[in-house]
Design a protein around this ligand. Structure first.
Ligand SMILES: [Zn+2]
Length: 77
């Protein structure tokens, strides 16, 4: 199942794959107090950016990360 809203998907896949993988492995977890991998995530568009919401791969707690769109590559209204 596609975890992204249509607009969030466009923004997400405009980001180079290496950056996307780095983002998914570098999400702050308040429980672990360190950067962790996000799992079971969904992505929704917020203005020109997206927010990933999911769970910490280590403790299972809820984590989220704001991801900035690549400026200039896509210009949603
Ligand atoms: Zn955690």
């Amino acid at each position: 199942m596609n975890p992204f809203t249509p607009k969030a998907e466009l923004i997400w896949y405009s980001i180079p794959e290496v950056h996307r993988e780095a983002i998914l492995r570098n999400v702050w977890c308040g429980n672990c107090r360190t950067a962790v991998e996000i799992v079971d995530y969904t992505g929704k568009d917020v203005g020109r950016d997206i927010v990933l919401e999911g769970r910490c791969a280590v403790c299972g707690g809820r984590v989220a990360r704001h991801v900035e769109a690549v400026r200039g590559k896509i210009a949603p209204k």
